[in-house]
Design a protein around this ligand. Structure first.
Ligand code: ADP
Ligand code: MG
Length: 415
């Protein structure tokens, strides 16, 4: 398996094709890379011969550079909504604005060239090589051969596919590799908007998670506006800056950020859809550093144990032994306390040791597996920053403090 898609490489704009290394170019290219806001205004779609509209009066605004996930049960109109945006299906009513301009203002074919489209089974042309597939839109746009060749190379690099992939045919690739070629092809002409319809739906769970993570890292560089369709609420919560939960008929049940959705589902439908474990799901959007930790009485190795008998303003009475650098070495037991000085190896190990950057859900899982109900948390230098307990996590979930907090999508790339 190849590494990250982006690996710190800049995403070049269509026009500037000279690859330049390092941070300067990354900055320049990022700012030159375009993204458009999208607005759905009272969008309605009636298919001929159907009683109810597939989508009835759907309004939605997606800010530039964000991932908006459309999620909902099968048949609720997600695919229809995407296909209305690039006019593969025509509106029955309402309007869609890209960058403030109606999609009807331009010929459909021209509109489509400015919108990347990725679907579940990729839809690569089987008789064309990877390179030719990626070059589809640039060719339509009349780019010269040299420019296309350079761009194809850049894109293969961007999605971490080796140069040797260029001459292969889709049938010679794995599912994950085909999906990346699909993304590269969609990005070829640097479109300000991407539509992605269950892009990772046909991939096995392990590679799917990998592709999600790689895509989030890629997005943190290219910052496109993305309409992303899935029926999987976990994928929606992971990938979305905002999530639109749709009900049958394209009815918007709720449009909110992932933490808002999990904190306050707007109605029973959303509540059922996000699942009974929504509290746990919220923990996957938070880090240990987001929560107020307990203070433990700290005692240093070699100190008189008497110092440990006066807990001061600590939240727990159990003293935590730290070395000269402030790193945890264990919990002081009653028997340790009976000695003169604080031992260098207390009887109770400090395990598990958590980190401020740990995702709260993983931290809780560690706590549940440990004998103690709490654990020391260390900073990036390994020094004690506080103590996390199951009680803190459960109080926190019950409070309003967690409402606005969430890890940005690009950083939700655990494992
Ligand atoms: P989703 O992607 O959420 O599963 P779709 O947008 O594919 O939902 O479909 C929404 C509704 O529109 C469904 O009832 C589906 O049967 C209907 N539908 C979709 N495409 C067509 C079509 N081309 N002709 C008639 N009905 C369609
Ligand atoms: Mg669909």
């Amino acid at each position: 398996m190849t590494g990250h898609w982006c690996s710190g490489r800049p995403q070049p704009a269509g026009a500037s094709i000279t690859p330049v290394a390092g941070a300067v170019s990354a900055k320049r290219l990022r700012s030159s890379s375009s993204a458009s806001p999208v607005e759905l205004r009272g969008v309605t779609k009636r298919y001929p011969g159907q009683h109810e509209p597939a989508i009835g009066n759907l309004s939605l605004e997606v800010p530039a550079g964000e991932i908006c996930v459309l999620v909902g049960p099968s048949g609720c109109g997600k695919t229809t909504a995407l296909r209305l945006v690039n006019r593969m299906t025509e509106l029955s009513g309402g309007d869609i604005l890209i960058d403030g301009e109606s999609i009807r203002a331009r010929p459909a074919a021209e509109l489509r060239r400015g919108i990347g489209y990725v679907i579940q089974h990729v839809g690569l042309f089987p008789h064309l090589t990877v390179g030719e597939n990626i070059a589809t839109v640039p060719k339509l746009l009349g780019w010269d051969r040299k420019r296309i060749a350079v761009r194809v190379e850049e894109l293969l690099d961007l999605v971490s596919l080796g140069k040797e992939m260029r001459a292969r045919y889709p049938a010679q690739l794995s599912g994950g590799q085909r999906q990346r070629v699909g993304v590269a092809r969609a990005l070829a002409a640097d479109p300000p908007l991407m539509l992605m319809d269950e892009p990772f739906g046909a991939i096995d769970p392990i590679n799917r998670e990998r592709l999600q993570n790689q895509f989030l890292r890629l997005q943190s560089e290219i910052k496109k506006t993305i309409l992303f369709v899935t029926h999987d609420i976990d994928e929606a919560i992971k990938m979305g800056d905002r999530v639109a939960v749709l009900q049958k008929g394209g009815k918007l049940a709720q449009y909110a950020t992932p933490p808002e959705l999990l904190m306050s589902p707007a109605n029973e439908f959303v509540e059922d859809f996000v699942g009974a474990d929504r509290a746990l799901k919220r923990l996957s959007l938070l880090r240990v550093r987001d929560i107020e930790l307990w203070k433990a009485p700290l005692v240093r190795v070699g100190e008189p144990t008497a110092a440990a008998r006066t807990p001061g303003d600590a939240d727990i009475s159990h003293p935590l032994v730290v070395d000269d650098e402030g790193r945890p070495v264990g919990w002081l037991s009653e028997r340790d306390l009976a000695g003169e000085t604080v031992p260098a190896t207390p009887r109770i190990a400090p395990d598990p040791i958590l980190e401020l950057d740990d995702v709260l859900r993983d931290a809780l899982s560690d706590l549940l597996q440990s004998e103690t109900q709490y654990a020391p948390v260390v900073d990036e230098r390994g020094r004690v920053a506080g103590v996390l307990s199951i009680a803190i996590v459960s109080d926190f979930l019950a409070s309003d403090d967690a409402a606005g907090l969430a890890i940005p999508p690009a950083e939700r790339v655990g494992t």
